[in-house]
Design a protein around this ligand. Structure first.
Ligand SMILES: Nc1ncnc2c1ncn2[C@@H]1O[C@H](COP(=O)(O)OP(=O)(O)OP(=O)(O)O)[C@@H](O)[C@H]1O
Length: 263
């Protein structure tokens, strides 16, 4: 059970306890427990296929879970009360290709009753020059930024962004990270996934994953201290070495009955 929160004590942005997910007959999240504190930029890092998107789906409530709990802003993940309170940008944003950037955003804003927000999010994601361009003709990075702009509509207290900086040039990537920090300073919590360890140093906290396990839940500085490295990529490798003996013991784990069968 998630920790009880008495009046006056705000629950964390995300709290997972013993989260397990089975996909395609394989346990892809193997008992994750962690907390994402409010007002932080927390990086979710790990190699391709380690389970980042599955974890994100569990947080936004679109993933069938096998066991464990995920609590978001004090509510069970996916609960109706979280509607409009969690902004989510997927790796491949679901946008209308024949509508312009501004038309897409006006449409999503209308659903959230956040119409006055459209120009703010266009400016925040540096899309002014593309505002009247059809989404179908945008570059990959511009489309990703339009997805982020949609997630920002209504100013949700939690933003979950799945690999938002993939395919962006260093200048744009830098701008986006500045935006993330500004949002966090204003009290928004951001969970940002990436498989680029270079981005880890930009986060206030890190969740490091590998093969469905959480290797670390800490600040970048604490991770460097703990592993005796200056470089976060080296710290990650050190943690992988530490976990290897336990991994050997884990082999032989059988798939579970309560697995997901859908896409
Ligand atoms: N629909 C599915 N059916 C079966 N297995 C799946 C399904 N979706 C994902 N998986 C598997 O679950 C594991 C975790 O996938 P996930 O997409 O969460 O990883 P990821 O860390 O987000 O990867 P990437 O960085 O490449 O996006 C992978 O081994 C993947 O092959």
């Amino acid at each position: 059970m998630p920790a009880p929160y008495s009046s006056g004590l705000r629950p964390p942005a995300v709290e997972a306890r013993g989260l397990r997910v089975v996909r395609g007959g394989r346990e892809v999240l193997r008992g994750l427990s962690f907390t994402v504190p409010r007002g932080t930029v927390t990086g979710l890092l790990g190699p391709s296929g380690c389970g980042k998107t599955t974890l994100i789906r569990s947080i936004v409530g679109t993933q069938i879970t096998a066991s464990g709990t995920v609590t978001v802003l004090g509510e069970p993940a996916g609960s109706r009360r979280l509607r409009g309170r969690v902004g989510y940008a997927t790796q491949t944003p679901a946008l209308y290709p024949d509508l312009t950037v501004a038309e897409n955003l006006r449409y999503f804003a209308a659903l959230l009753h956040a119409e006055p927000d459209v120009e703010r999010v266009i400016a925040a994601t540096d899309l002014e020059r593309q505002r009247d361009q059809a989404v179908g003709s945008l570059s990959g990075g511009q489309r990703m930024r339009t997805g982020i702009a949609a997630a920002l509509l209504g100013g949700p207290p939690l933003l979950v962004l799945d690999e938002p900086t993939v395919g962006l040039d260093p200048v744009l990537r830098n701008q986006l990270w500045q935006l993330f920090r500004t949002l966090a300073a204003d009290g928004t919590t951001l969970l940002v996934s990436s498989h680029v360890m270079e981005e880890a140093g930009r986060c206030g906290r890190l969740l490091l994953m590998r093969d469905g396990l959480l290797l670390a839940d800490d600040t970048p500085d604490a991770l460097r201290d703990r592993t005796g490295t200056v470089d976060l990529e080296q710290a990650f490798l050190r943690l992988v070495e530490d976990v290897a003996p336990r991994e050997t013991r884990h082999h032989g784990t059988q798939p579970h009955e309560d697995e997901e069968t859908g896409p």
